[in-house]
Design a protein around this ligand. Structure first.
Ligand code: GLN
Length: 485
């Protein structure tokens, strides 16, 4: 693998800006590696080689003429295929949007363009981000680069696999119920979901609007923090985006003393579930390492964790059924040639283009919102969501961050199914609007990576990066290692 691809993003950007490395060479290195790895991994739905090279050439010329260097000047990035880039297709891995061309840039894309990033391609995902394996994509299955017979996780499995295999130094994903942090754990990289409202969702294809957030994938915490610094911040076009001032999330990220000052909470409920024995062992080791660094580890009690799978399903599907209603075959996207009247046209356009998982969620969401079920299902779930949030707020009176394995199981082979409680510690962060980050922890005996997860209080994102970085330094996980493909 070309040395350029192994560089940390900040180093690469600095070298591009000082003309030690041409952006064009960085992009060429990416595509060279993609040509080798992609036939096995299938992380991308679309690659923009010509356009990326042109962009890179523009960056190099611009820099030669003395222009100011952006935060990600000339650095290649992968974008999940549910985020709009003006003039480019965005399929959300659905047949419904097969020929859809984005009419505008998502806010995060505008910010990346301003920072000088180069868009290498669009990464595969579960259809409309519904899934945890990337197998519901209407186009292709992405493989876990550490074992190509296994899933990379999902729904942002393409972004995770692209970064883990070294095809791009970082990537964007979206996380509604763990879709960044779960595949990051399965692929041995860092995956971060911000506090709800920290990063604009404008221009991202909605799944469940009260959970959705765009977030970052990188090989290590500092790169994930750098990318976050570029894309976070207020946006009047997303009404839930908080008017925070710009923050450099890499600032003081290497603070050596942070763990000494913190209480880390481990949920008592963790061992109520079936947990892979190696995950349990390595997590235990991780807790001991944190203690050795001086952190106080305390047990916390959040009994409502047990409701997380049901809560998530009811509220997420309800929001899905409302959001996907805009896909009617009339306004944009796939239109069936077989409709005989308007209602038939709606029905056939959806029936012929949406996948099984999407249809199932629309049906269930419509059911829980129906007049007879609204109170006993949807409304009840919202009440229990508040209960969960209150219990987590109480837990933060005893600790600063909540620590758990990222997932309770290891990635399965294609076609096998993960238990629904596998990601509950990740999904809790979406239900409560909290920031969470997965950091690689160890390789298990099968040679697959496993990750741990830190969850912070709302808008503690800057401190969360510092904690994650401190753990990264003591984890013993070698972030410079790449799978052999
Ligand atoms: N596994 C979750 C689901 O299928 C993840 C969704 C997400 O975060 N986009 O709903």
């Amino acid at each position: 693998m070309n040395e350029i691809l192994k560089m940390k993003v900040k180093e690469l950007k600095t070298k591009i800006c000082s003309d030690e490395i041409k952006s064009e060479d960085a992009v060429k290195a990416c595509f060279e590696h993609i040509r080798k790895a992609e036939p096995k991994v299938k992380a991308f739905l679309k690659l923009n080689e010509d356009h990326s090279l042109k962009q890179a050439e523009e960056v190099d010329n611009k820099l030669k003429s003395g222009a100011k260097c952006g935060l990600l000047e000339g650095v290649p990035i992968g974008i999940k295929d549910n985020i709009m880039v003006k003039g480019e297709s965005m399929t959300s891995a659905s047949k419904y949007l097969e020929n859809y061309v984005s009419p505008y840039d998502a806010t995060v894309i505008e910010k990346l363009k301003d920072a000088g990033a180069i868009f290498v391609g669009r990464t595969n995902m579960d259809e409309f981000a519904m899934g945890g394996s990337t197998e519901t994509s209407a186009y292709q299955k992405t493989a876990n680069p550490w074992d190509i017979e296994r899933i990379p996780g999902g729904s942002s499995g393409g972004s995770a696999a692209a970064v883990a295999s070294g095809m791009v130094p970082f990537a964007l994903g979206s996380d509604t119920g763990g879709s960044i942090r779960q595949p990051a754990g399965f692929c041995g990289i860092v995956g971060y979901k911000p506090s709800y409202g920290l990063i604009s969702r404008y221009g991202a294809c909605a799944l469940a609007s009260s959970f959705d957030q765009i977030g970052t994938f990188a090989k290590d915490v500092t790169d994930a923090a750098l990318l976050t610094s570029v894309i976070a911040g207020k946006d009047y076009r997303d009404p839930v985006c908080e008017p925070n001032e710009w923050i450099d999330y890499t600032n003081d990220i290497d603070n050596p003393d942070i763990l000494k000052t913190l209480k880390i909470g481990v949920p008592k409920q963790l061992f109520d579930y079936k947990i892979d024995s190696e995950i349990a062992k390595y997590f235990n080791d991780a807790v001991n390492k944190i203690k050795l660094e001086g952190a106080e580890v305390v047990e916390i009690d959040v009994p409502a964790y047990k409701y997380v799978p049901a809560l998530y399903k009811v509220i997420m599907c309800a929001e899905v059924s409302a959001n996907i209603a805009t896909f009617d075959g009339i306004r944009y996207g796939y239109r069936s040639p077989n409709g005989i009247n308007l209602n038939d046209e709606y029905a056939k356009s959806r029936a012929e283009s949406l996948g099984y998982e999407v249809k199932k969620r629309i049906l269930f969401g419509t059911y829980v919102l129906g007049a007879k079920n609204y109170h006993r299902c949807y409304h009840q779930a919202q009440k229990v969501r508040t209960l969960l949030i209150n219990q987590i707020i109480d837990a933060y009176k005893k600790c600063d961050f909540i620590f758990s394995p990222a997932t309770l199981q290891m990635p399965v082979k294609f076609g096998e199914i993960l238990p629904e409680e596998c990601d509950i510690f990740l999904i809790a962060a979406n239900l409560a609007g909290l920031p969470g980050i997965t950091v690689p922890c160890s390789f298990t005996s099968t040679g697959m990576p496993m990750g741990v997860h830190f969850m912070g209080a709302r808008f503690s994102d800057a401190k969360l990066f510092k904690v994650a970085r401190s753990f990264e330094k003591i984890s013993g996980f070698d972030t410079s290692k790449y799978p052999v493909l």
